[in-house]
Design a protein around this ligand. Structure first.
Ligand code: SF4
Ligand code: SF4
Length: 144
């Protein structure tokens, strides 16, 4: 994963795991991401251009994106020295959510959340640390 402005680009293969929206919403007071949001305000969220909803089969609202290059689009707000995705709503570290959750790109869907699947993840830890949040632990998931 490359970085721009010292900001890792989470387009390189991994971002959120396939968290189920319904599960998250049913447990919204418990899911660690809903009281975090750090990665959406730390990494550059870029993805293959054809994931935009101006392409058949694409989902990401293109009005919330910018062209990064001939192959990639980026979520507005994330290609910045002080990134924050335009789709991110709420207060980081308190209550936060993605306003285009169902339409988010593969890079967002595939980002691994630390310990969600029993393993640590340094990029999750790094984003949280940048916002003054401690790393998740296995215990973070016990009540989810
Ligand atoms: S930094 Fe980790 S815990 Fe926070 S929203 Fe991103 S994946 Fe979830
Ligand atoms: S689209 Fe949603 S999940 Fe992806 S970076 Fe923006 S707020 Fe985060």
């Amino acid at each position: 994963m490359s970085r721009k402005y010292d900001t890792p680009n989470f387009s390189l293969d991994s971002r959120r795991t396939n968290r189920n929206t319904a599960t998250i919403m049913q447990n919204e007071t418990l899911h660690p991401c809903l009281t975090c949001g750090a990665c959406c305000a730390y990494f550059r969220a870029s993805f293959y251009w054809a994931e935009g909803n101006d392409v058949e089969g694409g989902t990401v609202p293109v009005e919330l994106t910018e062209k990064l290059n001939d192959f990639m689009r980026v979520m507005k707000g994330t290609n910045s020295p002080t990134p924050r995705c335009i789709a991110l709503q709420g207060t980081i570290g308190e209550r936060i959510w993605c306003s285009v959750y169902e339409q988010r790109s593969s890079v967002c869907r595939e980002f691994p959340v630390a310990w969600e699947n029993g393993e640590p993840h340094d990029r999750c830890d790094k984003a949280r640390a940048a916002w003054g949040l401690p790393p998740l632990t296995p215990d973070s998931w016990k009540s989810v």
